[in-house]
Write a protein that binds this ligand. Structure first.
Ligand code: HEC
Ligand code: HEC
Length: 456
């Protein structure tokens, strides 16, 4: 199917219903093999492996990538059904409510566009300016093309949006900006530190479901969502209702990468559990997908008043769209290696000196061990041990901090370091250790350590 220019393509997508959008999807070709540089063995470019175990592993990785990128686990029931987010995105002129969200606004709140899902006509339209990036209709068209990373819409017969759901890729993928800022090829596993999810959810005209769950007013929910800012989300507030730290700052944590996790025993900043544990937790309790989730630790009403009241640790669903997907999802995350630091992005000689400081002189490797850069086995750390407050650790069953894996640090320098981004730069982190652990590092030693951290 050929389209001479964008306006025709857009009107077909908008008013031609699902079939036109589908044929666009076919024109664009399947997006594959572009994520994070780590999945090259799964792209099918090599001869099929003869070992059946290897073949099964490859199939699981491929299936997992599809789930990571495209599965909503039926969470449309919440985001479209209860919060009506699709109506806020399309705006009143297209059948929704409010002004709608233009691509410019969408990019400004950190949503990313997968350039490989764009048909040639759209690519040239954006390039020559005939596609308007200040018009919510363009956002709707991009959503229908399945080009907005992490968001999936379904349409009514008349071409208006029926519902919307979100995917893992929303927070744990970004794009390489190869087409334009915010538009490019997918980079799976990379933390989207631009994404202002709180601001996006705040677009909903009715947050009653969240207000009811938390037992607070809608206005209070809006204040919390507005407090998070880019690159952050608060998974625990929906369990404990503690949105604000004692120092008045928001309780939200930075979105971590979902790559480089092979060999990492405990997931999340506070070690909630394994990959399949946390994936089920997120898919069911946070994304509001349809599935089962059990954790009797959430029955502790003193630590988790909201979860205990709503019996979140005993969530069952008639249709379970989550559990059967956990093995493949895990296989994919384990296959996502951290991308190597680009040549020239750090000083090789200084990094070499920093490595020996890291391993011996400054004793960083006592906790950041081996290739994964985290403790082997179970070795969680108290707040005092690492010289910070215990607000976030007190919100997890472990009541402790897990040693953050350090691979691919260079990919997420935006938003800062430590769970809440309290240290703006890697030098700030090194200075923190120097002070609290009384390391007595000289300035050149500190910068060597920083160069090493940038090389990981
Ligand atoms: C709204 C944003 C958001 C979405 C959607 C999301 N996550 Fe996360 N993810 C986070 C945040 C924030 C954390 C840190 C949580 C914490 O430590 O309390 C996290 C933590 C993780 C971790 C732990 C990484 C580590 O360092 O150990 C994994 C793995 C993960 N998410 C995978 C997923 C998968 C798989 C999905 C889809 C089922 C998903 N996430 C959906 C925001 C998100
Ligand atoms: C006692 C164990 C321990 C030692 C020793 C240690 N770390 Fe850490 N490190 C941690 C923990 C726990 C965290 C997570 C803190 C948080 O998120 O609040 C962390 C976080 C970090 C981070 C932030 C990662 C991110 O993505 O936010 C960096 C960088 C880091 N450490 C570097 C170092 C360096 C360099 C040294 C040596 C000077 C060192 N660490 C020594 C336990 C340790």
């Amino acid at each position: 199917m050929q389209f001479s220019h964008w306006s025709r393509a857009l009107s077909l997508v908008l008013f031609g219903g699902a079939s036109a959008a589908l044929s666009f999807g076919c024109d664009a070709g399947p997006a594959s093999g572009t994520g994070g540089g780590a999945t090259s063995t799964a792209t099918g470019t090599e001869a099929p492996p003869s070992d059946p175990d290897v073949a099964a592993g490859t199939a699981a990785i491929n299936a997992g990538r599809d789930i990571f990128r495209h599965d909503t686990f039926g969470d449309e029931v919440f985001w479209g059904g209860a919060l009506k987010m699709h109506r806020a995105l399309e705006g009143k002129a297209l059948g929704g409510f409010g002004p709608g969200v233009s691509p410019k606004t969408a990019l400004a709140v950190g949503l990313k566009v997968d350039s490989e899902a764009l048909p040639a006509e759209v690519v040239s339209g954006v390039k020559n300016g005939t596609i308007r990036l200040d018009d919510p209709a363009t956002t709707v068209a991009l959503l229908k093309l399945d080009a907005v990373v992490g968001a999936k819409v379904t349409m009514n017969a008349d071409g208006t949006l029926k519902t919307i759901g979100f995917q893992c890729a929303l927070c744990h993928s970004t794009v390489d900006d190869s087409f334009a800022p915010g538009i490019g090829k997918r980079l799976d596993g990379w933390a989207n530190r631009d994404l202002n999810f709180g601001a996006i959810v705040n677009l909903s005209e009715d947050l009653t479901p969240l207000a009811d769950a938390l037992g607070v007013s809608q206005a209070a929910v809006r204040t919390v969502l507005a407090s998070w800012g880019p690159g952050k989300y608060d998974a625990e507030v929906f369990l404990d209702g503690r949105a604000v730290r004692p120092d008045g700052k928001p309780g939200a944590t930075l979105i971590p990468p979902a790559f480089g996790l092979a060999g990492v025993n405990q997931q999340t900043y506070t070690g909630w559990g394994s990959i399949p544990y946390w994936n089920a937790f997120v898919a069911v309790l946070e994304m509001h997908g349809q599935g089962n989730f059990f954790d009797s630790r959430l029955d502790d009403a003193a630590q988790f008043p909201v979860a205990a009241k709503n019996k979140l640790g005993h969530t069952t669903s008639k249709t379970d769209l989550v559990t059967s997907k956990l093995p493949a999802l895990q296989a994919y995350q384990l296959a996502l290696a951290a991308p190597p630091a680009p040549a020239g992005s750090f000083d090789v000689e200084a990094a070499g000196r920093g490595k020996s400081l890291f391993e011996v002189g400054a004793q960083c490797a006592m906790c950041h061990m081996g290739p994964a850069g985290t403790d082997a086995g179970w070795n969680m750390h108290t707040a005092e041990e690492i010289g910070i407050d215990d607000f976030q650790s007190s919100r997890a069953p472990s009541k402790a901090y897990r040693t953050t894996p350090l691979r691919g640090l260079w990919t997420h320098q935006k938003g800062g370091f430590y769970h809440d981004g309290r240290f703006a730069t890697l030098l700030d982190v090194v200075n923190h250790y120097d002070t609290t652990q009384k390391l007595g590092l000289t300035s050149p030693q500190k910068s060597d350590l920083v160069e090493y951290l940038k090389s990981l």
